[in-house]
Design a protein around this ligand. Structure first.
Ligand SMILES: NC(=O)c1ccc[n+]([C@@H]2O[C@H](COP(=O)([O-])OP(=O)(O)OC[C@H]3O[C@@H](n4cnc5c(N)ncnc54)[C@H](OP(=O)(O)O)[C@@H]3O)[C@@H](O)[C@H]2O)c1
Length: 218
């Protein structure tokens, strides 16, 4: 597998800016983007230094070997599909009806948030990750591999090799990972499940995933 050297970010808010910080710290080139345009990201780009470039979402999607979509879920259909064809796309998004409006397939639990993004990006390899950790903790809770009680984060996805790549990225960023299975199992770490939010080791997180209940059963 070719070495992944560039991470593209679609969304550079709480989570996107933190993932950019982790990526720079770990030697990646980073292209950040938002909805308003690169000129609105000059302060963040300056803070992050020469490995970071602010661009349009289209450019970030094209430049990234791995691309992170970290925007309000309601906007997921605006993510440019063509430059993401065949690529690993990390999805951090969660469903908050107060922010996103009601989405019928999520309200009736016939799909999950990451499956919606996968449906919009049919040839990309979507991996759910970073959806259940507070943004600030991304740069404060990471620890080197093998640290006792290291924090773990859930991944889910339909492409095993994409999940392996994302798991390695998480390890570089300071976190163990727990594989929840295919995207359709991503509900086990959605809002209001036991693993959503608190600091958990891999063993604890596996129990949280097993104990998760659908909204209709809560
Ligand atoms: N905050 C957390 O602790 C946290 C934790 C885990 C997961 N999440 C989830 O991760 C996602 C991002 O959360 P956040 O807290 O980082 O949100 P945020 O701070 O509101 O940032 C959202 C970012 O997305 C950009 N954006 C919005 N629409 C876009 C579009 N159509 N194309 C490109 N960029 C777009 C925004 O740019 P503009 O400002 O230019 O519009 C902004 O940079 C959400 O789905 C959230 O539920 C959040």
């Amino acid at each position: 597998m070719a070495r992944m050297t560039t991470i593209g970010l679609i969304g550079a808010g709480h989570i996107g800016s933190q993932i950019a910080r982790l990526a720079v710290k770990n030697g990646y080139d980073v292209v950040i983007s938002n909805s308003r345009g690169p000129e609105t990201l000059s302060a963040l780009a300056a803070e992050l230094g020469p490995k970071v470039r602010a661009a349009t979402a289209l450019e970030a999607a094209g430049a990234g070997d791995i691309v992170v979509v970290t925007i309000p879920l309601k906007n997921h259909r605006s993510v440019p599909a063509e430059p993401l064809a065949g690529k690993i796309v990390i999805d951090t998004n969660n469903y908050y009806p107060a922010r996103d409006g009601h989405i019928a397939e999520l309200d009736n639990e016939s799909t999950t948030t990451s499956e919606l993004l996968q449906a919009h990006l049919p040839t990309s390899k979507v991996v759910k990750a970073f959806n259940h950790i507070y943004a600030a903790e991304l740069t404060t809770h990471g620890q080197p591999p093998g640290s006792p009680n290291r924090r773990a984060l859930v991944i889910a996805g339909d492409d095993p090799s994409a999940k392996t790549t994302v798991s390695r990225l998480l390890d570089q960023f300071g976190f163990d990972s727990v594989d929840a299975g295919p995207l359709k199992e991503g509900w086990r770490i959605q809002r209001d499940t036991p693993g959503y939010g608190p600091r958990r080791t891999a063993e604890q997180l596996k129990k949280d995933l097993a104990a998760a209940k659908r909204y209709r059963d809560q």
